[in-house]
Design a protein around this ligand. Structure first.
Ligand code: 5AD
Ligand code: SF4
Length: 451
């Protein structure tokens, strides 16, 4: 039996791609292993979004070169593959820096893995084409057992690439132009997931709310329309989507938040900064007030919605006053959670050419202040749940024996003590306590058994 170890970095789409690569390799007789030491094939599914993420790949590859040598000394061959966005961005440069790499494969050609691996036996291979064929037409459907092993939640890529060209971002270059999968293809995939026991799907795209795929009526469908159709699939109890751009939050999507019970009251809507001057320099195509008005509209549709965002501190030219505007925006919106990053210049992006770089120490201070504020809001949001009853989908065994862990509709992690419930149950839970990273509660009734 051949074994493959897949390690994914970065965003959720990489997790999804990693699973699809496992499905492709499964057809070739590979089974997945969690330990690289006993893998015949090691695949790094990489991220290029910030310098640190890209740098990590080379550190990891150094270790894997040593492992490959050790295995070789014991008479075992190891194939080393670099996939994902660093593969797309750096191509053959990766093998120049680390000659132990046998194959470099981009995010749009991994359906060709079997053929590429065969070629790589003879000589090192790079495939970072953006091919005319659609990889999704060539990917095997995951087996029900593989779906089940991945749990009751699943990702479904509905859209890839981005046409927004924010000045700091590599995505339009690594993932290419916006592309939407046809509705029929997405429905078939989601129906298969649901039939195998998946209850919670997250629709993925680099700019997911720009979705405009071909509908079952031959017309172009928006994300809101797609979601209404997905909500009709028996067994799908929860729908989420990520990541969205403020400019693409249309009426149909906001309406779906009002009307669709399956659409969870959680939205990740990156704003990046709160100063109009910086938003303009970032080419974000919206102002801070436009974002505030949009949030008001979304909250009018779904008052209890939990909001999340991404922030970049220290974009070139960001002054103290600009940064204060970002804090003011955070204070106005009060996010339930947020990710924040120090600006990292990326090769090939317009912002990398800008000269007014913010000193590292200033960036550190700003990041700390921003994170402290966001954290205070997150804790407030979580503490406000204490005493409330919420539905929790139990996703996995908890931290300690006898505990099960799951999520509220608002994306909060919850731990319950339980003997009567099982993974896959949706239970009403009374929240008793808010810890720093999880809520703790007790199940109130016998669970609805999973279909
Ligand atoms: N530097 C820092 N953060 C970045 N992001 C994207 N590009 C960069 C960069 N060059 C952040 C943005 C984006 C998230 C996925 O990563 O906040 O929303
Ligand atoms: Fe990058 Fe998102 Fe901007 Fe697209 S919308 S360029 S993915 S930050």
């Amino acid at each position: 039996m051949k074994k493959v170890h897949i390690k994914s970095y970065g965003c959720q789409m990489n997790v999804y791609d990693g699973q699809r690569m496992a499905d492709v390799l499964g057809q070739e007789g590979y089974v997945e292993t969690a330990t690289p030491e006993d893998a015949d094939l090691i695949l790094l599914n990489t991220c290029h979004i910030r310098e640190r993420a890209a740098h990590k790949v080379y550190t990891e590859l150094g270790k894997l070169r040593d492992l490959k040598r050790e295995r070789k000394a014991q008479g075992q061959e190891t194939t080393l593959v670099v996939a994902g966005c660093v593969a797309q961005a750096e191509g053959a440069e990766i093998q120049r820096r680390q000659p132990a790499v046998d194959l470099v494969v981009g995010p749009q050609t991994y359906h060709r893995l079997p053929a590429l691996l065969a070629q790589a036996k003879a000589a090192r291979v790079v495939d970072t084409e953006l091919p005319p064929e659609d990889k999704f037409d060539h990917l095997p459907a995951p087996k029900p057992a593989a779906i089940l092993a991945r749990g009751v939640t699943a990702f479904v890529t509905v859209q890839e690439g981005c046409d927004k060209f924010c000045a700091f971002c590599v995505v339009p270059y690594t993932r290419g132009a916006e592309f939407s999968r046809p509705v029929a293809q997405i429905l078939a995939e989601t129906e298969r997931l649901a039939a195998a026991g998946v209850q919670d799907v997250t629709l993925l795209g680099q700019n997911v709310n720009a979705y405009h795929g071909e509908g079952t009526d031959g017309r172009s469908w928006s994300l809101g329309r797609l979601m209404r159709r997905i909500a009709e699939i028996p067994g799908i109890a929860r729908i989420r989507y990520t990541t969205s751009h403020p400019r693409d939050m249309d009426e149909e999507l906001i309406g779906a938040h009002r009307e669709l019970p399956q659409l969870m009251p959680f939205l990740h809507l990156p704003v990046q900064a709160g100063s109009d001057r910086i938003l303009e320099a970032m080419n974000r195509k919206h102002t801070a007030d436009a974002y505030r008005r949009l949030i008001d509209k979304i909250r009018a549709a779904r008052p209890d919605i939990a909001l999340s965002s991404d922030f970049i501190v220290g974009f070139p030219g960001e002054s103290d006053a600009d940064f204060e505007e970002t804090l003011r925006l955070i204070g106005d919106v009060r996010f339930a959670s947020a990710y924040s990053f120090k600006y990292s210049p990326r090769p090939g992006t317009p912002a990398a050419e800008l000269t007014q770089q913010v000193p590292a120490q200033v960036m550190d201070e700003r990041l700390q202040r921003l994170q402290a504020l966001v954290e205070a809001h997150r804790q407030d949001f979580n503490r406000a749940m204490v005493g409330r009853r919420v539905e929790v989908l139990l996703e996995r065994a908890g931290r300690h024996p006898g505990q099960l862990a799951g999520k509220t509709p608002y994306m909060q992690a919850v731990q319950i003590e339980s003997t009567a419930q099982r993974i896959g149950d949706r239970v009403m839970v009374e929240i008793e306590r808010a810890g720093s990273n999880s809520l703790f509660g007790r199940a109130l009734e016998r669970p609805e058994l999973a279909a």
